[in-house]
Design a protein around this ligand. Structure first.
Ligand code: UD1
Ligand code: CA
Length: 450
């Protein structure tokens, strides 16, 4: 089935009380807009058009950064949801197949739900996604008769009897692309808000003798974000769903309520995630890896059998091969750790590559920044970096080489060599005792003086 998706993202979002356009506020470490685009992508559409307006350029940039196939159009001024969809007509009016309208501020609608909407097109020319609202508030009300949808009444225009209806409009609309744009061209703005309502196409379709119908989904999916409180609600709902999905997929979460996922987090079967772990964008954890408590991961890849943490931070570009061990208070950024590398304690590895089975001692630091530029550290296979080694990049340590504890390594170390870069130890017999006696005497004199 050929499908085009139109994502409405032009609204101002006044109630967010923000300088940031509403649809760029984050849920699960991704803009609301990307949630709508992710759902759209699951339908494998032929086209995706995002309608931008307020904060247009930033919204358009965010949209195209999600995927190259996303196209954008500007709606200026914003005269209502039908007017917004009409802006996509020049791009999509000749497109064959279905058109489905999503809102960028409604992040929780599931793929299965949209598939049910598409399936319902076999029975109705226009399909609306509806839900039973506990508190219908200002949602548009669905006026139905049996299976048939007669009209959608916007709250502002509804009579008290119509306002008592709890069956509401989610905003998702589906029709054949041709039909949708032709209906929209007839929408007028003679209503309380003087806006062009997308919802008017239901009555317009019926006037043409076309049928309209409703597909129902749980209210939780249709949560629209208009305020910061709803943004927080959406985050809570997203996390609850992501945790349940992870458990369902065979991931162990020892304390699910304390683990936070991003929209694009991938975790393999039989991975174990400890308490208080936070996933930023772009993380993949393969099957059987373990992330212990209190870790913070972002833009990284953790392979099979690797163990991370507790209290580790993996930043963008951290690539951990199989059976790598990263221990407590270790930070890794833009670095490739080959199979079996061990970085156990209190270490910073940045802009580096480390060969297989190399051991990095406690307190090692790759000194990657000279105040102006970043430089790389390259360490070979089966090397041994002694505790408290400072690797002043750019620098290379060869296969099987060893650096002595406490060394400041400023020159390349050949394979199998030992590099010692520290002052030679001086030992003075009895000096400690003499020093302490002297200090105690000073303290006693001072105490008398007071
Ligand atoms: C809309 C529906 C209402 C439904 C509710 C669900 C209409 C007329 N009403 O009302 O039936 O119950 O959503 O949340 O469609 N937008 C534009 N350009 C515009 C106006 C809006 O792109 O000119 C976008 C907004 O960015 C937003 C979406 O359309 O993503 C919905 O707009 P909003 O003003 O929030 O509509 P509601 O009044 O909530
Ligand atoms: Ca809204």
């Amino acid at each position: 089935m050929q499908v085009s998706v139109i994502v409405l993202a032009a609204g101002q979002g006044t109630r967010m009380n923000s300088d940031t356009p509403k649809v760029l506020h984050h849920v699960a470490a991704a803009p609301l807009l990307h949630h709508a685009l992710a759902t759209a992508h699951h339908l494998e559409p032929s086209r995706i058009v995002v309608v931008t307006g307020h904060g247009g350029e930033a919204v358009a940039t965010s949209a195209t950064s999600y995927s190259e196939m996303v196209e954008t159009v500007v709606q200026d001024p914003q005269l209502g949801t039908a007017h917004a969809v009409a802006q996509a007509a020049p791009l999509l009016a000749d497109e064959a197949g279905e058109a489905i309208v999503l809102y960028a501020d409604t992040p929780l609608i599931r793929e299965e739900t949209l598939r049910a909407v598409l399936d319902a097109r076999a029975r109705h020319a226009v399909v609306i996604l509806g839900f039973h609202a506990k508190d219908p508030g200002r949602y548009g009300r669905l006026l139905t008769q049996g299976e048939e949808l007669l009209a959608i009444r916007e709250f502002k225009d509804a009579t008290p009897e119509e306002r008592a209806i709890t069956l509401c409009n989610s905003g998702v609309v589906c029709a054949e692309a041709k039909t949708l744009f032709s209906l929209i061209s007839e929408v007028k703005n003679d209503n309380a808000a003087q806006e062009y309502y997308l919802t008017d196409i239901v009555e317009l379709a019926r006037k043409r003798g076309l049928s309209a119908g409703v597909v129902l989904c749980p209210e939780a999916e249709t949560l629209g974000v208009n305020t910061r409180a709803q943004l927080a609600e959406a985050e809570t709902a997203f996390q609850a769903r992501a945790r349940a999905e992870a458990l369902e997929n065979g991931v162990t979460l020892t304390a699910p309520d304390t683990v936070f996922f991003a929209l694009d987090t991938h975790i393999g079967r039989d991975a174990i995630i400890g308490p208080n772990v936070l996933f930023g964008p772009g993380v993949t954890v393969e099957s059987g890896a373990e992330i212990k408590g209190f870790c913070h991961l972002e833009g990284c890849h953790v392979s099979r059998g690797a163990t991370v943490g507790p209290f580790a931070r993996l930043r963008p570009g951290a690539e951990l091969a199989e059976d790598v061990h990263v221990g407590n208070f270790v930070e890794i950024k833009n670095a490739i750790l080959d199979e079996g590398v061990k970085v156990g304690h209190l270490t910073y590895i940045g802009d580096a590559s480390i060969g297989e089975h190399t051991n990095i001692g406690a307190g090692t630091v790759t000194c990657n920044y000279d105040g102006v530029m970043k430089h790389r550290t390259t360490i070979g296979k089966r090397a041994f970096i002694g505790s408290d080694t400072m690797l002043v990049a750019p620098v290379t340590v060869g296969d099987g080489a060893l650096t002595a504890s406490g060394s400041v390594i400023t020159e390349d170390v050949p394979a199998e060599a030992v590099a010692i870069g520290r002052a030679r130890q001086v030992t003075k017999a009895g000096l400690a005792t003499r020093m302490f006696e002297k200090l105690k005497a000073i303290k006693a004199t001072k105490a008398k003086g007071h």
